[in-house]
Write a protein that binds this ligand. Structure first.
Ligand code: NAP
Length: 430
């Protein structure tokens, strides 16, 4: 690799603009650590006039990022637009075909087109690096690819969405509703102001789970429709009841191999308040990895925000500048296998079930009889009457049961006039 490296930064939003400033201020440090001088020769965003957090050099500004390839010679391109397709895919594809290394924090793009783009990078003998796409500043991908390279990993799981973790933590500490805490999260920049849906419905965490699985198990990125639930249906009431039970609600992303089949899930879990994962609060992320012979490894850190994200982007840059040309997913694309999906019906958990019911004789026995019919046995039951409104809240903690049983059992409650809303189900993490 030559000694002067030309760089393009495409996308000057929260991440891109912070990265640009880091590249400018860390030039000397980068040269000291890699022996390479970096020059940012092209930047791109939609609007040249938009006010940005750091000043940009308008002489190297392109409103169409594809023009960069015709106008200037670049060695490394950062893609920080963030679309799963469209211009993001086109820019990355074009760069790789032109033998330009690509670094991106774009989990939507990698989880959807990562296999194709990795093959393109390998065919053109350049890097495609995406450390920042999973868990922000936590170097989890490089840890799997390098630090734990020869381990047989059986499970990777953790808190992968800082927005959801902040909302759940804040609902507990301030005893405030989901809607109010979401507003607070948007005000502090922890949740997207326009459309926070992808963070809240589990999609963001699921994209990260898919990338983690591919790296941990040397497989193609799965396309299976697995179990995905977000935190939108969690009410303050559930958090308060969990608290009484010495439990806490966390949105976990889980990927594991069960009988050589891949099981990927994202859903809220009740975890012990004294457990490690139960104490990862606020916007923090944590990833726990089980491997042989290493055993259990835990990495925790800030999972989002331009600072932690830029930290990972720069670590990718230094890896490239040091000449570490690697396969994007650790092994050659043609050796990565597709893997069968584990049947979610066989997923086994104890459950927390909350029923809002009419306070009438016989309602409780209807519920317990129905649970028994589906082989769901009750471990604990808490009934809280609301005499004034002739209603009651019934919380049942069950023994372990199959997902299929709970799915079939709960669907019947939809039709019961004494059950005032569809029961809330939260799985208790083993
Ligand atoms: N924000 C975080 O904390 C975080 C953390 C981890 C990973 N990420 C990932 O980082 C990526 C960027 O996120 P972000 O939060 O920085 O997004 P953002 O603030 O929405 O910025 C997107 C940028 O892309 C530019 N853009 C959009 N369409 C374009 C086009 N056709 N041509 C050129 N530029 C275009 C926008 O230009 P204008 O500014 O002119 O509108 C804007 O500068 C995403 O993949 C995201 O998932 C973000």
């Amino acid at each position: 690799m030559k000694n002067i490296i030309n760089i393009a930064v495409v996308g000057l939003g929260q991440v891109g603009i912070f990265l640009l400033n880091e590249l400018n201020t860390k030039k000397k440090d980068i040269e000291l650590k890699t022996g390479k001088k970096i020059n940012v020769v092209a930047i791109s965003a939609r609007s040249i006039v938009k006010k940005r957090r750091f000043k940009v050099n308008k002489k190297i500004f392109y409103s169409n990022p594809l023009e960069i390839f015709n106008k200037t010679k670049i060695d490394i391109l950062f893609e920080a637009i963030g679309l799963s397709d469209g211009i993001s895919k086109k820019v990355v594809e074009t760069a790789l075909k032109k033998k330009i290394h690509v670094i991106t924090p774009n989990k939507a793009l990698i989880s959807k087109h990562g296999d194709y783009l990795a093959k393109l990078a390998e065919d053109n003998q350049v890097n495609l690096e995406f450390e920042a796409s999973v868990a922000g500043g936590i170097p989890i991908l490089r840890t799997i690819k390098e630090g734990l390279a020869t381990n047989k990993i059986s499970k990777v799981y953790g808190i992968l969405n800082g927005t959801s973790n902040y909302i759940l933590s804040e609902m507990e500490s301030s005893s405030d509703s989901f809607a109010n805490v979401l507003k607070k999260a948007q005000k502090f920049g922890y949740a997207e102001p326009g459309n926070p849906k992808l963070d809240l419905n589990g999609s963001d965490a699921f994209a990260k789970v898919r990338i983690l699985s591919a790296l941990a198990f040397n497989t193609k990125i799965s396309k299976h429709k697995c179990l995905m639930e977000g935190i939108e249906k969690i009410e303050l009431k559930d958090i308060e009841i969990a608290n009484q039970l010495n439990l806490r609600i966390k949105l976990l992303g889980i990927s594991e191999l069960i009988n050589n089949q891949l099981f990927e899930t994202v859903h809220p879990c009740l975890v012990n308040k004294n457990s490690y994962i139960g104490n990862v609060g606020g916007v923090m992320n944590a990833v726990i990895l089980e491997g042989k012979p290493v055993g259990e490894s835990i990495l925790q850190g800030e999972g989002a925000g331009p600072g932690p994200t830029s930290s990972s982007l720069l670590s990718d840059l230094l890896s490239i500048l040091r000449g570490n040309i690697k396969k994007p997913f650790g092994i050659p694309s043609n050796k990565r296998q597709s893997i069968k999906c584990y049947n979610v019906d066989n997923y086994v958990n104890s459950l927390y079930l909350r029923f809002e019911v009419k306070d009438k004789p016989g309602v409780l026995s209807t519920i317990t009889n129905r649970l028994a019919k589906y082989k769901i046995s009750v471990k604990r039951l808490i009934q809280t009457p609301d005499k004034k409104n002739k209603k009651a809240t019934i919380v049942i903690i069950t023994h372990k049961t199959y997902e299929l049983n709970s799915k079939n059992c709960l669907s019947i409650f939809k039709k019961d006039k004494n059950i005032l809303k569809y029961p809330t189900l939260i799985r208790i993490y083993n």
